[in-house]
Design a protein around this ligand. Sequence first.
Ligand code: PLP
Ligand code: ZN
Length: 559
Amino acid sequence: MTTQSRFRHQVWLECAACKHRVPFVRTIKACERCGHDWLDARYDYETVRKLWPDVLRERPFDMWRYRELLPLRDDAHKVTMGEGGTPLLRATNLGMMLGCPNIYIKDERQGPTGSFKDRQASLAISVMKEQGITEAVLASTGNVAISYSAYSALAGIKLWAFLTSLVPSEKMREVALYGTEVIKVTGTYDQTKKVAADFAARKGLFADQGIRSISSRESMKTVAFEVAEQLPQLIGPGKTPWATPDWYFQAVSGGMGPVGFWKAYEEMMLLGLVDRMPKLACIQATGCAPMVNSFKRGLEEAEPVLNPQTRVITIATGNPGPAYNYLARVIREHGGAFEAVTDEETFRAMHVMAKLDGISMEPAAAAAFAGLFKLLSQGVVRRDEVIVVNCSGHTFPVEKHLLGEEWLQTIELPTEKFATEAPTEGLLGSLGQLDGRVRTIAIIEDDPKARLLLRRILQTRGDYQIFEASDGAMGLEMVRRERPDIILMDLMMPGMDGFELLEALKADERARDIPVIVISAKELTPAERERLSGQIETLMQKGDFTDEELLEEILKRAS
Ligand SMILES: *Cc1c(COP(=O)(O)O)cnc(C)c1O
Ligand SMILES: [Zn+2]
């Protein structure tokens, strides 16, 4: 046989209730012994424990490097496009603004179709191929349909995608582009799921099992394996080879992601790769938050939301099913949080992440960040904790309302001359219009990262001219020279500190009237507060204000 080098392995399905095991050869819905409907994939962990330290060193960084713990039996059926292996990025400017040095972004936008569903599609479609399935039906809020369509194309599987009519038409068109049959259902996602299931039953087609799909759930483990391997490079080595974040944040609908993430950490514990479990933070939209509401009311079973009211369609699952029971148990026993965020909070987070750290994500992904902001301000998450946020999907340019009316300026050139002549007076004149009314701002701050954050916040408003100095003496000279409209300054600086600088400014009659906003990390003593009083307009605490709050302060002082 030529298949000797080919990877084949054994996978079992184990009943969560009675622990009865059967080999995983086809999709089964319930335990044949006790009828319980939650089955978990199990592997030969002893072999993996011996194998991984050596083999992982040789393998490329993608999700298939963990294939011993994935339920595909034969590599020949693997359907892959380079999914997984996404970067874990430090959220530099955001971390600075929030006062959290350890926020990391698992950048799942970088999958083949731009969301973390690519992991799910790669494994689920591979397993379908292994089981000889050539036609399948699914219901989706968008991303599963896009991703499964791409991988089905590659695998030669015909797909029927039932989408709720609320899915943006850009996404529907992408699904259709891959050759999938698109059926738009005017109803909620839960109704759409029902229609899809009925259709599959009537035509005798394979239907995607959602959270009950072993391959889908198992695929999500790879997010956690990667994070565990990547973290030590960012936070430094620990006692174990791999690392556990304090928190894993994700926007949740069906709950596949956090369920997989948790199972992966259970397996890493078994393998001795880590020595503790993370806390899960499951974030939903207030207009469709069945898990959050049910947990807060202490319910055993999730109470479905029948009429979701959110613009964040990707996570508008009204009935979370058994994922709720699983996650509620985990969070009850191990800590963690369920939290809901409004669409406004989500869209604000989306805008902030794009403006501050250059990461443009879809609203569903932004909900996780909005949840982080909320749990930080409530003190549920501590600022010194290690936080991983799943940036679960990229944006489609459909969120027009985010930018308001004035997001673009137009320059009209006289058309008849346009093609032939070099730029004229007219063009230069038009460019002049772009300058607007410039306000000048001095930033006096020794920490380059903090300077960068302040500059970035100001730049997103476009009409500030910014001067920077890295200590008090240079700051004083700069203010005397440039006479800015407003000064932002730190207190703790080498050489002339903020207190001395303030005194010097107030003693200088040309600088005395320039408003000063102090931005400090220091807890002030009463004596220090006394020294500042009457000398400055506002005192802001580092890591405790948002970009909007700072801009508002500046507008109040410098208009
Ligand atoms: C599917 C999806 C979610 C929710 O994932 P679950 O873990 O299945 O609840 C969040 N964000 C994006 C972008 C998604 O595509
Ligand atoms: Zn059983």
